[in-house]
Design a protein around this ligand. Structure first.
Ligand code: TYD
Length: 274
């Protein structure tokens, strides 16, 4: 007869963890749109998506009901798709409406931006009309530092300050362009133009080897998405530029991609029956 295993299997431990509630979790970090908690296994993290929206380096703030739920689902959808085509990401699985389990990694302190059309800071900086198609996708880097307002940096700065090696940068550009091709095609299929987006990259160690993976989140918070027919903005510019209801815009993206049923983010409040 085999003795009962005193230690639950990893899946069982995960199961316990999911039902343990937030109280037992250790908060690791709270950012503008997400909170990170210690995960159930070493090397894992729970990513909680908040409803908070910020813009202009957090000078503009609001709470937008349902945004966290939508971004959790959309980020799951994009990351799962990327994993399927062999682009490594930190995503393990979604836990519930607002949380997903991800692989812990060391974040490279850069925002990697890919642009297909001129918009935002590029349009301003170079005096190019918004919406102009760029001759080819352009990859830019910003140094992640809120106090400095995430300044634009070049590969020279990145190498000189040791934020990433030249080899890392080659891998990062290759990853960013694959993500761009994937997202551009996906969006085009549902009548949406992917104008630009930002990703973050994490380092993970497998024994002595280091690998770079797509981390953080991929959601309309960090993209520009324009309806191909009408030009309607379906991304965080709706909030930045006061163009309407942000949840409606993100719901439209989710609906077109078949990610979640309409209005599933708005949990019905109890109604008084007379
Ligand atoms: P960019 O045009 O440089 O900045 P802004 O949004 O201030 O005009 O941004 C290009 C894209 O990258 C856009 O889709 C927003 C995204 N992005 C972020 O999500 N976070 C960031 O910190 C930065 C710099 C860009």
């Amino acid at each position: 007869m085999t003795a009962p295993n005193p230690r639950p299997e990893p899946e069982a431990r995960l199961w316990c963890f999911e039902r343990a509630g937030m109280a037992r979790r250790k908060k690791i970090y709270e950012g503008k749109a997400k909170i990170l908690y210690e995960g159930p296994e070493p090397g894992t993290i729970v990513q909680y998506f908040k409803d908070d929206a910020t813009a202009f380096n957090a000078q503009k703030k609001a709470t937008i009901e349902g945004k966290g739920v939508l971004n959790n689902r959309l980020s799951e959808f994009f990351m799962t798709g990327l994993n399927t085509i062999g682009v490594p990401t930190h995503f393990i699985r979604r836990l519930n409406m607002r949380e997903q389990l991800v692989r812990a990694c060391e974040i490279v302190p850069l925002e990697i931006i890919v642009r297909n059309y001129a918009a935002g800071s590029l349009a301003t900086r170079l005096g190019i009309e918004e919406g102009t198609q760029l001759p080819r996708p352009i990859v830019e880097y910003c140094y992640k530092d809120d106090k400095l307002g995430d300044p634009l940096v070049t590969e020279e700065h990145i190498a000189a300050f040791g934020w990433a090696s030249q080899h890392d940068m080659d891998d990062i550009v290759a990853l960013a362009l694959r993500v761009n091709d994937f997202l551009t095609g996906l969006m085009y299929g549902v009548g949406i133009r992917l104008v630009d987006f930002k990703i973050e990259i994490g380092r993970v160690y497998d024994g002595d080897f280091q690998r770079l993976i797509v981390a953080d989140e991929i959601s309309p918070d960090s993209m520009r998405l324009w309806d191909i027919e009408t030009g309607r903005k379906l991304d965080k510019d709706v909030f930045r530029r006061d163009l309407g209801d942000l949840t409606d815009a993100y719901t439209e993206v989710a609906r077109r991609l078949g990610v979640m049923p309409k209005q599933a983010t708005h949990i019905a409040k109890p109604k008084l029956i007379n």
